[in-house]
Design a protein around this ligand. Structure first.
Ligand code: BEZ
Ligand code: FE
Length: 307
C-alpha cells in the first residue's frame, strides 16, 4: 500500500524568506536554491550569473516589455544558429566576450604572439600543401600577396614541423565558405603547411581587404541599433600547433588598415600587426615575375611554451 504523506503543519515556512520576496530579497533566495551537491564550478558560474542578471535588472529598472524584447532577441539568435552560421558566437564576439575569454585563457609574456578569436570562417581539414611555393587563391579576386612566415620559440629558435593552418578573405572581403559553390575540395585561400628546418613556410595568395561581418541577422540588428561599425580590418588568420607549445590562434592585421581601432570583434593586438608592403611589378619573392603591383608580408610568430 502506498505510504500516505502527512499534511504539512499549517503556517509552516510562512516566516521563511521564500515567501513575500521583493525585488531585493529575491536574489538571495534564488542563490540559496542551488543544491549543496551541485558541481562547485557550475554553482560558482550560475551564482555569479544570477547576481549579475538581477543587478542588471535593478540597475536599469528593466521593464516587462524590455525583458520580453531581450528574450525574443536571444530566441531568434539561437534559432538562426546552425553549424555554419553561428549567430550566438557572433553575438559573443561583437559584445567582446569571446576576446575577453581568449585573453584570460592565454596569458603570456609580452614578446609572444597574442591569441585572438578563431572566428566563424575556419574549416577543419583544409588541404595540406607543401611548405613553399603554393598558390592559394588561383580563382580568387585580388592583387597578388606573397607571405613568408617564420615560427620560433621565445628565444628565437626556429620550430621545425609546426602545423600552420592559414585562412583569409579575398580582395573583395569574402571567404570561400561564403560563396554558393563552396565545398572543401574547392577550397580557396586556405591550407595547412608544415614549417621547414628554419621554421619557415611561404606561399602566394591575394591581398585581403577589410570586410563587414554578416549583418543580415540579429547581430546586424544590434549593430545598427547601437550605431556600430560591422567592419573588420584586413587580415590573414593563422592557427599554429607545435608539441610543447600553447596552440596559437591569431590574425595578422594590415598595420595601415583604417578599421584597426574599430574592429567589431575587438581582436586587434599590437603583436598581431603585420607590414604588408606594396611592390611595383617585377621579380616576386618566389622567383616568379609579376606584371602587376603586388604585396609582400614577412612575419614571425613567437609561440609560448605550455606549462
Ligand atoms: C573573422 O575574422 O573571420 C571573424 C571573426 C569573428 C567574427 C566574425 C568574423
Ligand atoms: Fe577573418
Amino acid at each position: 500500500m502506498p505510504r500516505q504523506h502527512r499534511p504539512l503543519p499549517s503556517r509552516r515556512n510562512t516566516t521563511r524568506a521564500m515567501r513575500n520576496l521583493d525585488e531585493h530579497t529575491i536574489t538571495a533566495e534564488v542563490l540559496g536554491r542551488i543544491g549543496t551537491k551541485t558541481d562547485p564550478r557550475l554553482r560558482d558560474i550560475l551564482q555569479s550569473a544570477i547576481r549579475h542578471l538581477h543587478e542588471l535588472a535593478r540597475e536599469v529598472n528593466l521593464t516587462e516589455a524590455e525583458w520580453l524584447a531581450g528574450v525574443r532577441f536571444l530566441t531568434r539568435t539561437g534559432q538562426m544558429s546552425t553549424d555554419v552560421r553561428q549567430e550566438m558566437v557572433l553575438l559573443s564576439d561583437t559584445l567582446g566576450l569571446s576576446q575577453l575569454v581568449v585573453a584570460q585563457s592565454h596569458r603570456r609574456p609580452p614578446a609572444a604572439t597574442e591569441q585572438t578569436v578563431l572566428g566563424p570562417f575556419h574549416v577543419e581539414g583544409a588541404p595540406v600543401r607543401i611548405s613553399h611555393g603554393t598558390m592559394l587563391g588561383d580563382r580568387s579576386p585580388g592583387s597578388p600577396l606573397f607571405v613568408s612566415a617564420r615560427v620560433t620559440n621565445g628565444a628565437g629558435i626556429p620550430l621545425e614541423g609546426a602545423h600552420v593552418d592559414v585562412w583569409q578573405a579575398d580582395g573583395e572581403g569574402l571567404y570561400d565558405v561564403q560563396k554558393p559553390e563552396w565545398e572543401l575540395g574547392r577550397a580557396q585561400l586556405r591550407a595547412v603547411f608544415c614549417t621547414d628546418e628554419q621554421g619557415r613556410v611561404s606561399f602566394r595568395s591575394v591581398m585581403p581587404t577589410h570586410y563587414a561581418i554578416p549583418t543580415d541577422g540579429t547581430v546586424g540588428e544590434m549593430m545598427r541599433a547601437t550605431h556600430r561599425s560591422p567592419m573588420r580590418p584586413a587580415h590573414v588568420h593563422f592557427r599554429i600547433v607545435h608539441p610543447g607549445f600553447d596552440p596559437l590562434v591569431t590574425h595578422v592585421f594590415a598595420a595601415d588598415d583604417p578599421y584597426l581601432d574599430t574592429d567589431c570583434v575587438f581582436g586587434v593586438l599590437s603583436t598581431c600587426l603585420g607590414t604588408f608592403i606594396r611592390r611595383e611589378p617585377g621579380a616576386a619573392p618566389d622567383g616568379s615575375v609579376v606584371n602587376v603591383p603586388f604585396h609582400t608580408l614577412d612575419y614571425t610568430f613567437i609561440l609560448h611554451e605550455s606549462l
